[in-house]
Design a binder for this molecule. Structure first.
Ligand code: AHR
Length: 650
């Protein structure tokens, strides 16, 4: 309630007739540039447990015993790298005097890419022997909801009638639901079933137990538990609340699968898209740059599917045979580069090729015979300007242009806002080039005019990652001020995406700022999220020239964007006040008559230091209100605020 009061007060002030110290003049009759239809989108990376343990709805952690350590080679990784081992998140169960010992081995793997499996040697049968998976800090289940279970198992030298009981159990041993397999066989078999939870808890574990009456060897792999309720009901799907929060941003593109994780922590950890498609049991899991493991269960097919589900253009990012310049810089030898280049060419066949082509056929077998309509491909991420990059990058561009001239290539402008590789990208003639900036809010405020005088003859600009290093309202306001400059240059800037997108509150790799925070139970949208949503849902199609004239010649802390929506014919005003004083504005919509006096305003304002938290998620949220508009009208722009006013025209 306290948050609402200043807004209401400000809006009441908007009908005052006092002389306004600022005039905002909008030239509605002469639209300037056309805004890119792709201006606002998303950048998704498996960082902060964003995919496994986050968006990817799998509830079992380390389902195929593939976790492994890599030696920490820099300070960032030390905190987690040492923890990972094939039994991470698993516990052994021995009940009623039963005894066993276990190993994770690779002698008779499920397949060549999923090498590890668990062997449980049943040394002494009893009331039950098996394992429990603890999920991601406990498995959350809801009473009455159904969960899909699947696993691979075999039993050698043991009780021929033995089966497995798979249960959701509480910490105190309470059983919330079970499923029993048929009799086990001496070769790998997949067993599937469902469990409906009898109670809700956030701390369940999944137990897999046999009551085999004889000694023997039980092998297990790919133990999986999914809620039936996934986003759009997709199998192997996404956590609905997180996916819906992303969908609600109405993103026009999704850049995936990430930045640093694409490079990898050395070439062996690079993200190779072919590892991420096909049967989930055949995907090659990886230890990522961010110091933890990813199953690639959320892989390229699922990313393309998600893009389709939310109406976003897919923007896959491929490594260019060079690993992360910050950590462990390795470059593929020139005579091994063909393999990396072929990956890029084959990806286009996977996305768009006919169902009777090799890679298009795989897509069809996975359930999507129709092409995904890929239009863009991103090469590299924040590449360091090195001779190796300059030697390798052009070979990718040439091969793609030859094989698929219809695909637009997005290059990389390199590290920092200084875009050291932009000119190189211009020489290569790529369609657009990706630049990243993580800086303080003042940088974003100062750089509102960054694009105003930039070269229009080179690649278009893709602001593929940016954030003002914080999640206070003030950070969000600074980003909004910057975006008004982006809209003014919507002909040059083709796309923008805030980063990082998701962060599990207990597993944060990127402490400065993230767009959405979550835990097992829920999520919280930051003020930065709301700014993205306000801009994305109110972009408009043509920019309208405007200027801010200050009556007392003081520079007001105001940033403005004005656009026109072609389909609804509305004028859209975005007004950002990044200063601590309310500003009385006299708004003059010049060159247009027949305006609808009943306009609507969406306002985000409050204490500039306020943040939203899981406990208090609504400290800063936009509020919608009516405002009286006209060719000329007064509006008080509250201190520290972002607002969007939509004015209808007849
Ligand atoms: O968004 C986090 C990281 O920042 C990305 O992985 C990388 O591209 C950038 O350095």
């Amino acid at each position: 309630m306290n948050q609402i009061k200043p807004v209401i007060a400000a809006l009441l002030l908007s009908v005052r007739t006092m002389a306004a110290p600022v005039q905002i003049q909008v030239d509605c009759a002469k639209p300037t540039v056309e805004l890119s239809p792709y201006l606002y989108g998303l950048f998704f990376e498996d960082i902060n447990y964003g995919a496994d343990g986050g968006l990817y709805a799998e509830l079992v952690q380390n389902r195929s015993f593939e976790y492994f350590n890599i030696e920490p080679r820099d300070h960032l990784r030390e905190k987690t790298a040492g923890d990972m081992n094939p039994m991470y998140a698993w516990e052994i169960i021995e009940r009623g005097g039963a005894k066993c010992h276990t190993t994770v081995s690779r002698w008779t793997p499920l397949n060549r890419t999923n090498e590890n499996y668990l062997t449980i040697y049943i040394d002494k049968p009893g009331d039950g022997i098996g394992v429990a998976n603890l999920g991601y800090d406990g498995i959350p289940i809801k009473q009455g909801e159904t969960y899909d279970v699947s696993l691979y198992a075999l039993l050698r030298d043991g009780d021929k009638d033995a089966s497995l009981v798979v249960s959701l159990e509480g910490e105190d041993g309470t059983i919330y639901g079970s499923f029993q397999t048929g009799s086990l066989t001496p070769s790998w078999q997949k067993y599937s079933g469902t469990i409906t939870a009898s109670q809700s808890t956030d701390k369940a574990r999944l137990t897999v137990v046999t009551k085999a009456a004889k000694t023997g060897k039980l092998l297990l792999d790919m133990v999986s538990l999914f809620p039936e309720k996934t986003f759009k009901g997709r199998r192997n799907g996404l956590r609905p609340d997180l996916a819906q929060a992303l969908a609600d941003l109405h993103p026009k593109f999704l850049r995936f699968p990430g930045g640093c994780i694409v490079h990898g922590y050395g070439l062996a950890q690079s993200y190779r898209w072919k590892d991420s498609v096909g049967d989930v049991a055949e995907r090659r899991a990886n230890h990522t740059t961010w110091g933890y493991h990813e199953t690639l269960g959320l892989g390229y097919y699922e990313y393309f599917q998600f893009c389709e589900d939310i109406g976003a253009a897919p923007l896959p990012v491929l490594p260019v045979g060079v690993s992360c310049g910050f950590n462990f810089y390795e470059c593929a030898a020139m005579d091994e580069l063909d393999d990396w280049i072929q990956d890029a060419v084959d990806l286009i066949e996977f996305a768009n090729g006919p169902a009777d082509s090799k890679w298009g056929g795989l897509r069809a077998r996975m359930g999507h015979p129709e092409p995904f309509g890929l239009k863009y491909i991103c090469l590299g991420n924040e590449e360091h300007d090195t001779p190796q990059v300059r030697e390798r990058f052009p070979l990718f561009v040439a091969a793609l242009e030859k094989a698929h001239p219809e695909i637009k290539i997005i290059g990389t402008s390199g590290l920092s806002a200084k875009t050291p590789l932009y000119d190189f990208m211009k020489k290569l003639g790529v369609h657009s080039s990706d630049e990243h900036y993580y800086s303080d809010p003042e940088w974003f405020i100062k750089n509102q005019n960054r694009f105003d005088t930039m070269d229009r003859n080179g690649p278009r600009r893709f602001v593929g990652e940016y954030a003002s290093n914080g999640n206070t309202l003030f950070n969000a306001i600074a980003e909004a001020a910057f975006l008004t400059g982006v809209e003014r240059n919507g002909d040059l800037v083709e796309m923008t995406a805030y980063a990082p997108l998701l962060a599990h509150v207990d597993h944060i790799d990127w402490p400065k700022a993230n767009m959405i925070y979550f835990n097992k139970q829920g999520l919280v949208k930051t003020p930065n999220y709301y700014v993205q949503q306000m801009f994305s849902c109110n972009k408009g199609d043509r920019y309208l020239g405007n200027r801010v004239v200050s009556a007392n010649k003081m520079a007001p802390d105001i940033a403005v964007s004005a656009t026109r929506d072609n389909s609804t014919k509305e004028i859209i005003l975005k007004l950002v006040n990044y200063g601590g004083k309310d500003v009385d504005a006299d708004i003059y919509l010049a060159g247009i008559t027949h305006l609808d006096p009943q306009a609507e305003v969406s306002v985000l304002t409050g204490n500039p230091k306020a943040v939203n938290t899981l406990r208090n998620p609504d400290a800063i949220v936009p509020r919608k209100m009516a405002v009286k508009a006209g060719e000329r009208f007064q509006y008080t722009i509250p201190a520290y605020s972002v607002q969007v006013i939509r004015v209808g025209t007849k």
